[in-house]
Structure formats: C-alpha cells, structure tokens
Design a protein. Structure first.
Length: 399
C-alpha cells in the first residue's frame, strides 16, 4: 500500500503559534484538516514528517512506495492528478521549493534520519497554481473556499438527516447537511450563500442564528442565542457562544459566552472567558500589522480585517479586550483590564498591567486537567512537547 507523508517545510515558522503543537498538515481549514483532505482525495493513510519533539505524538509511517507532500498544500483535482503520476525517484518543485516526491522505503528511512539518499529527478511546476496555507491569516482567509470544497467532498452521494420542524431554514435545502445524532431545535439557518455542515452528535441550542458557509464539528455545541456568521468552522468538541464571524476553531476549545470574535484563528484546548472581545478592524480602517515569527517584528498583512490568533492551550479571562491583529502564543494566560500588547509570547501570565513567565509545571498541570475533561490523557509525550515549546519560545519572552 502507498502512504502519504506530509512534511513540514520552512512555512512552519510562518504559521506559528498554530504549529507549535502540531505539524502543518494537521491544521484545520474548512471542515477537515489538511491531512484528512489528502486521505480522502487519495484514499491512502497519512502520516507526518515533522519536528523531532512532535514526532512521537504524530508518528511517521511508510511503506514500499510513499508520496511525500508539502504539508501546507491543500489538495485540488489538478495537483492530486500530478502527484499520482509521480514514479519513485521523481519530484515536483516550484520556485525552488519541494512540493511533492515519490520515495521508496529506503529513501524515507534515510530522510527520517537526516541521511543522504539518491538524488531526485525534479520537474518544475512553473505556473501551476497551488492552494496553500502560508500564514495564520490564511486559515480564516481561505476557510470560505475550503468549507465549500469539503462540503462537496463529504456529502457527495449521501443523504442528510432531517432537521426538526421547529427550525427555520432559509435557502436551498440541499445546502444543509446534518450527520447522525444532531440535536437542533428552534434555530434559524440561512443557507442561501452556501453550505452548512453539522457533524455527528453536535448540538445547536435554541435561538441560535447560523449563516453559511459554516461547519460545526462532531460533538460540538453552539450555545443558546449564538450568532455565527459565514466562513466559520467550529472544530470537533468545541463550545461556542456569542458572536463569531469568519473564525476557525481547531478543536476542543471553548468560547461559551457573549463577546465578539472575527477573522480569527483559535488553536486547540483554548478557553475564552465571558464577554471577551477581539477587534478585527482598526479605528482608521487601515492595514493591519501582525507579529511575524520569522521576521521577529510586526509586519504588514495587506488585510483590513484581521482578528485574534490564539495558540493552543492559551486562555483569556473574563472581559479581556484584544486589539486588532493580536497574536498570543502557546499556553499563555491573558487577563486583566485594558488592552494587552498585540504580541504575547508563549508561556506568559498576565496582560496590560505586565506579564510574568508561566511556570512550566503549572502549565502542564492545567493542561492535564483541561484535557481530562474531554477524556484525553496528558501523556509523557505531551509533557516533553511542552518542555520543547517552552525552550523554543524562550527567546520571545526575553524580549
């Protein structure tokens, strides 16, 4: 059997803090993660070639023939056809960067050990367009398109469960798909502008207002009276309330109360306290600048709308106010009055009044309690991951 291996390219640092705790290919864009998209398109098992400290949690698997694919690339019919046409020892490059290769077992084993293997016969893709994620803003910026494509992929040839008659559906009925076990009563769904996908055993509580395109992952909950606008993905086992517009929640995160989030990317195991608001538009309507990890400074985005980027395991206390384009790292706890800085590094504790380092053992203990609520074990591998991220991110706390 052939295997797909999604590898972390240089783009990984551009996608921080979202890629501190996952390979690039594990990012959710649309309904599915990038890896899940490849698995469905190619009908092959997917694994990762990622950072050493993540490899234990995301193990590498390979066989006699393997398709090595840049983890930031989203599958399209054109690129899928090209990759399937590769023979062992052949590769595609674009602008000098490796996009995909076909490798035998010995070559993958050598690559995993940072050893040399036979030179590849590379073909330049030239003007071939690629759909790819290259910065956190792309996660929410490309989510509308990815939602539509994933909806078509997941629902083709299938029949939706019937929504309860207590709900009001505005627009074509074929744009709504409910998986088994969905509970939804007395809600208004507008599907005129695209699809709404509601995953298995998800719950949408009374009075919620949903606009397409939108996805609600398996076992997630939309709280009473929530207003969820298009371009939003609520990943598996999340709880979301208040007002959200064009936001991607990776998984297992909570924003259970009132407050606004727009044009935002939220990691996994996050919690956003009641009445927290995050601006997505500057008062002068100007271009938003956000923290760039590779540049080590604030950089232009070319965007007028850019909200919060929140790394995995980070938390915001009640009534927190985030300025436009704020970036918060991994496992930070933000609280207090006033607007905190628009870049907060990983493992900090505090807000506008000042911050201190979040002690690593306390951070681990919190993560263990949070994950246990979802019946997920905090293992020794997770502990080692926390240690590695703490060390890797230390340079930003010093500054």
């Amino acid at each position: 059997m052939s295997h797909i291996i999604l590898f972390d390219a240089e783009v990984r640092i551009h996608l921080l803090p979202l890629t501190y705790a996952r390979p690039v290919g594990d990012l959710r864009v649309g309904i599915l993660t990038i890896a899940e998209k490849w698995e469905r398109h190619l009908r092959m098992p997917v694994s990762y070639l990622t950072q050493d400290y993540l490899q234990e949690l995301f193990p590498l698997a390979y066989g006699e023939q393997n398709l090595l694919v840049n983890g930031s690339i989203l599958p399209t019919p054109e690129i899928v056809a090209l990759i399937l046409d590769l023979s062992p020892g052949e590769a595609y490059i674009k602008d000098g960067e490796l996009i995909a290769a076909c490798l035998d077992e010995a070559a993958v084993a050598a690559l995993a050990e940072d050893q040399d293997f036979d030179e590849l016969d590379a073909f330049d893709l030239g003007d071939q367009p690629l759909l790819r994620i290259s910065r956190p803003a792309d996660v929410f910026g490309m989510n509308d398109l990815a939602l539509r494509e994933d909806f078509a992929l997941l629902t083709a040839g299938r029949t939706s469960e019937e929504p309860s008659a207590t709900n009001t559906i505005i627009g074509p009925r074929e744009n709504l798909f409910l998986e088994e076990g969905v509970k939804m009563e007395a809600c208004i769904l507008n599907v005129e502008d695209g699809p709404v996908y509601i995953g298995k055993n998800a719950v949408v509580l009374e009075g919620s207002l949903l606009r397409s395109p939108l996805a609600l992952g398996e076992s997630s909950v939309v709280k009473m009276g929530a207003k969820v606008y298009g371009g939003t993905t609520i990943g598996p086992k999340c709880k979301v309330g208040g007002e959200v517009n064009n936001v991607v929640f990776q998984a297992n995160s909570n924003k259970g109360h009132d407050g606004f989030l727009g044009n935002a990317a939220i990691g996994e195991w996050c919690n956003i306290g009641a009445d927290t608001n995050a601006s997505n538009l500057k008062n002068d309507y100007g271009e938003v600048r956000v923290w760039s990890y590779p540049e080590g400074r604030f950089a232009k985005t070319g965007l007028q709308f850019h909200g919060l980027v929140l790394g995995d395991h980070s938390k915001a206390g009640i009534n927190t106010m985030f300025n436009t384009g704020t970036v918060v790292g991994f496992s930070s706890n933000v609280y207090g009055e006033g607007f905190p800085r628009t870049f907060l590094p990983s493992f900090i504790w505090g807000g506008a009044g000042g911050v201190m380092t979040y002690k690593i053992e306390k951070a681990k203990a919190t993560a263990e309690r949070v994950m246990a609520r979802r019946k997920v074990e905090f293992t020794d591998a997770h502990s080692r991951m926390f240690d590695a991220i703490f060390d890797e991110s230390s340079q930003y706390r010093k500054s």
